[in-house]
Design a protein around this ligand. Sequence first.
Ligand code: JD8
Length: 394
Amino acid sequence: MSAVRIDVVTIFPGYLDPLGLSLPGRAQDNGLLEVHVHDLRRWTHDRHRTVDDTPYGGGAGMVMRPEPWGEALDELVTPDTVVVVPTPAGEPFTQAVAAELATASHLLVACGRYEGIDQRVVDEAATRVPVREVSLGDYVLNGGEVAALAVVEAVVRLLPGFMGNPASLVEESHGESGLLEHPVYTRPPQWRGHDVPDVLLGGDHARIAAWRHEQSVRRTAQRRPDLLHPARALAGAGLEGLEVRTATQADAGELLTLQLACWVTEAHANATWEIPPLHETLADVQGSLRTWTTFVVRAQGRLVGAVRGRLAGETWDVGRLMVAPDLRGLGLGRRLLELVEDAAPGEARTLSLVTGAASGRNLRMYRRAGYRRARHQPADPGVVLLEKRVPGRA
Ligand code: JD8
């Protein structure tokens, strides 16, 4: 197993001292890893060992000069080097990027300071070897050293033969499952009035695995729905994992698109194209946004559901309950119904909605939600008027 070499170049070498402490320390002892930290000023030649200069085009702060970096890279870069440059303008540094970098035999991490490194350093290096400009996250640090510590630790722990128990790499957050980690517990079974979940004390490994998976999905849906396919995000958590808000005119285009998509399936179900939603225009949708209270639900920015309500006398009319066709069967429709019902104003006594007479799935959902056929039905036999008392209002 060939050793991996990591060179880190910085004007604050002491910042990288922690590399000698944690994980990499042992890897270096058993020859799996070589880490070398270099002071960039070694490649300056003036009395003040200058590494920065004023920015072309003006502006605040200073920029790191290209010459010292050029000389440092000339000395340290070899044909199998991957140059890693932490920068807030970089691609997100993720477990996937760490795994890619862990396949390289030589990494050179260039830590910038000031306003950053003259861009020609990266452009010139990229003519010789792969260069990855990576960002640790959407916040601003004062330099690349903190990111370098994170990159080195995240990469080194993936090196073959390094982790005491490689299996643990599989279960962890951002690992293969793409889910966040489940909660973990150890002795004592009670602590400050808090108990360890019973399932973990029962020894039933199948039930424990199921509980842990369910916890991971729930956590991920609530904290990182972006990591989940919308379907799982919907399945994993209530609406709290999604963006829910009242619609604005800016949503009109997507609402029309979702409406047409939803009612095409209704047209199939009811064997008729004579369904009003199918014949509406953008202007109709824009108009309805001025007269109805409309809610939209987004998963990762994508409009996945909507519903609307408006008061007519003591009746809260519910309508246009829409779930993206590819996300049906995950309970979003029921949550949208709860959402619009909860929005019924105080004077509403009855909830009412119209649906396709042949829309089996919808009819079953409304029935489960307590809706029943109204005494007086519309003239059109293709639709059904359903009603329900507003809970808790006589
Ligand atoms: C490298 C110089 C400071 C950045 C002016 C503040 C990474 N996630 C991250 N946030 N910040 C960095 C980072 C910041 C750096 C350098 C990385 C080199 N600075 C600059 C631009 C605004 N100052 C980072 N990875």
